[in-house]
Design a protein around this ligand. Sequence first.
Ligand SMILES: [Zn+2]
Length: 242
Amino acid sequence: MVHRIAVCRPQSAVYLEDCYLTTISTSVAVTGREADGGAWVALRENIFHPQGGGQPADRGRLGECAVVPVRHPDTGLVVLRARDEEGGALDALAEGDPVEAHVDRDARLLHAALHTAGHLIDAAGRSQGWYLAGNMHFPGQARIEFTPPETATSLAAPEAREEAADRLRAEIAAAIAADLPVSSEYDIDGRRVVRLGDLHAQHCGGTHVRSLADLADVTITAVKLKKSRIRVSYTAFHGPRR
Ligand SMILES: [Zn+2]
């Protein structure tokens, strides 16, 4: 059963509903200042993903001002701060002002592809009997870490790790060939659950591609043992259907 929590919030998290909406005309919901005096702005309809859950922050513009989104610790809102020193464009904004926001689409789609591929590797690792222990979806350093069900000595030999990598590759390739849909819903506690078809479900607040056929060049680059964890390093890109 799908539940949605109906609460009157000053900001809607549009980026969770539509990963591909990278331009929006909306208005300023809240403004404020950090202790260092820097202004921040929260949009009524927010299309920016802040850093979190192993995924890097989006970057983009508010009007002509380059901005970076961060999760405001006091309010829980995603707020935009000027990327450069000249935050004057944000200083001038007030609640209710109309604004146009743009997310860097290339970066967004790369982050979504890496993040979705991370779920896919998680699913493939679980079918090996491994348990998810950590994830990092940053470009150039993407990796999923697992704890094995018992000691990882069965993966001590390089040949055993390469065989495990091949099993992961086969499962990943099959899921992409099946073009499993990527969907999200909210559980009874109001937490977002992301699914890859019937293969995988995980609580997640990240951005994802529409279906696995949107992924391109998902590559397992290494399977290593690191302090009793299995580390699966990978790369992934977004396909041409942008
Ligand atoms: Zn996710």
